[in-house]
Design a protein around this ligand. Structure first.
Ligand SMILES: Nc1ncnc2c1ncn2[C@@H]1O[C@H](COP(=O)(O)OP(=O)(O)OP(=O)(O)O)[C@@H](O)[C@H]1O
Ligand SMILES: [Mg+2]
Length: 300
């Protein structure tokens, strides 16, 4: 992994505004003025995101980790689903969504999706769930089961004890480990995660954050990670997007310190807590109603 391993304290948790891409590197994801309007031209017309523009460079041997924050309904899932090519959010109404320089046309194995509700197949065992993508790619039974066992181990489950279990026999944390293995076994270049740890207790969540950092460094993938948890976004992200309320647009793009030490350690550091406070203040500013002088509150 080309990413430098910094020791604790070498990389303070200061926030820096992201500069536009240098133009020297290809872009892995490029949004140009992307707007999504449902039932356009009717009385029910509703715009969920408006003029969303950002670019993520394809850094050689290093994937960037992007945390996405914003109020409920601002279009965070919409952005992920547009990258994935998933209807009805896909296609966009206007603007351009490029992945690896090409317009997105459909879902593909280069983009893995991990949902909040795990979305494992209930009638498949852990092994069969994890091997699903390889099965679709017609990899032989022997090879796909071997690779699935490796991934079951990588996500911290026991290939001997857990491979034959069904999703209803697993805890939430275990189910999410299966969902992560199912997605990452395909080695996607882009990993899309929509509040994947939202339903987990704080201890399990910290362990999953550490696991995700380890796997992300190994895969060198670009990750888009939606969360409502500010410390989680600041910890995991290299970069944090802060969306405005609906119709969502990116109000801030910030660089934050990379997760180069364990979640529990880094999240207790004063500089980290200071970054979290600053990001929360930016979010509160966007969400708080403004008095327009006539005693009527409007949302900024
Ligand atoms: N098929 C649809 N038809 C009409 N409106 C939709 C459709 N899908 C989503 N929306 C609306 O688009 C807006 C953005 O939705 P989205 O799911 O992207 O928000 P979000 O930021 O992910 O919210 P949350 O944090 O609650 O998950 C919401 O107001 C939602 O109701
Ligand atoms: Mg959502």
């Amino acid at each position: 992994m080309a990413k430098p391993e910094l020791s604790a304290g070498e990389s303070p948790c200061e926030l820096k505004t992201v500069q536009p891409p240098s133009g020297k590197l290809p872009l892995i994801v490029d949004f140009q003025s992307v707007t999504k309007t449902y039932e356009a031209g009717t009385r029910k017309s509703f715009t969920s995101i408006h003029n969303v523009t950002f670019a993520v460079e394809d850094l050689p041997k290093v994937g960037e980790f992007i945390g996405i924050l914003g109020p409920s309904g601002c279009g965070k899932s919409t952005v992920l689903r547009l990258i994935a090519g998933l209807a009805p959010q896909f296609p966009a109404t206007s603007g351009v969504v490029l992945v690896n320089g090409k317009p997105v046309e459909a879902p593909g194995p280069d983009r893995g999706f991990v949902f909040q509700d795990y979305a494992n197949f209930p009638h498949r065992t852990v092994l069969e769930n994890v091997a699903f993508g390889l099965e679709c790619a017609q990899v032989s039974v022997k090879e796909r089961h071997e690779r699935a066992r490796e991934w079951i181990k990588k996500v911290g489950l026991d290939p001997l004890k857990d491979a034959g279990k069904y999703p209803h026999q697993l805890s939430g944390g275990m189910n999410q480990r299966v969902a992560i293995a199912r997605s990452l076994i395909m080695h996607p270049k882009i990993i899309l995660m929509d509040e994947p740890f939202g339903a987990l207790d704080p201890g399990t969540r910290e362990r999953m954050q550490d696991l995700l950092v380890t796997l992300w460094k190994e895969l060198e993938a670009t990750v888009f990670f939606v969360t409502h948890d500010v410390p989680e976004a600041v910890y995991l992200g290299d970069r944090v997007f802060i969306f405005s309320p609906s119709p969502g647009t990116i109000k801030h793009q910030l660089h934050v310190a990379p997760p180069d030490r364990p979640a529990r350690q880094m999240q207790a550091e004063p500089t980290f807590l200071d970054s979290v406070r600053q990001v929360r203040a930016l979010l509160d500013e966007l969400e708080s109603p403004i008095d327009n002088g006539n005693g009527v509150n409007v949302t900024s």
